[in-house]
Design a protein around this ligand. Structure first.
Ligand code: GTP
Ligand code: MG
Length: 171
């Protein structure tokens, strides 16, 4: 049959933001892990969706592993950047890491699509996607397609909208 187009996605964001939980939800239910633990280094996950064959680099967000991220920038076709909408104290850290990413030579001059998940929208004191977008100054990203969705990765809410946007950017 027709070979599915191979797409490498980098899943980035601070530790505990919900990256692995999101990726796990995107896998077919028979391949989903039951319990999710903090990622050590990174993990490679594969799944297929509407004509595309995804390879996701699910990176650890812990400070000591963030220096691994840049080694995968060159081969990435799309980025998923996850934010814990309830973690107001570290929003500035999430912005710093995003700015470092956007200024990296392997990212800076490319029209690579970036999907943001304002995750943990179920938390009582979660910031809205609009507020997260303002705090991260996303409107300053002029040379790359980007999109932000509120999500609850535990229930799987908001993920499909985001993935559909990403697929439209890649096709
Ligand atoms: P690292 O691998 O350490 O970088 O973390 P991560 O970004 O992969 O986070 P992970 O998916 O391991 O989730 C961290 C914790 O947040 C887990 O206890 C998840 O169950 C929880 N979590 C993830 N998404 C949500 C969400 O949308 N809402 C709530 N309430 N909890 C969530
Ligand atoms: Mg993880």
């Amino acid at each position: 049959g027709l070979k599915k187009k191979e797409v490498n996605v980098l899943c980035l964001g601070l530790d505990n933001s919900g990256k692995t939980t999101i990726i796990n939800q995107l896998k077919p239910s028979n391949a989903q892990a039951q319990d999710i633990v903090p990622t050590i280094g990174f993990s490679i996950e594969k799944f297929k969706s509407s004509g595309l064959s995804f390879t996701v680099f699910d990176m650890s967000g812990q400070g000591r592993y963030r220096n691994l991220w840049e080694h995968y920038y060159k081969d990435g076709h799309a980025i998923i950047y996850v934010i814990d909408s309830g973690d107001k104290l570290r929003m500035v850290v999430a912005k710093d890491e995003l700015d470092t990413l956007l200024n990296h030579p392997d990212i800076k001059h490319r029209r690579i699509p970036i999907l943001f998940f304002a995750n943990k929208m179920d938390l009582r004191d979660a910031l809205s996607a609009v507020t997260v977008s303002q705090l991260l100054c996303l409107e300053n990203i002029k040379d790359k397609p980007w999109h932000i969705c509120a999500s609850d990765a535990v229930k799987g809410e908001g993920l499909q909208e985001g993935v559909e946007w990403l697929q439209d950017q890649i096709r």
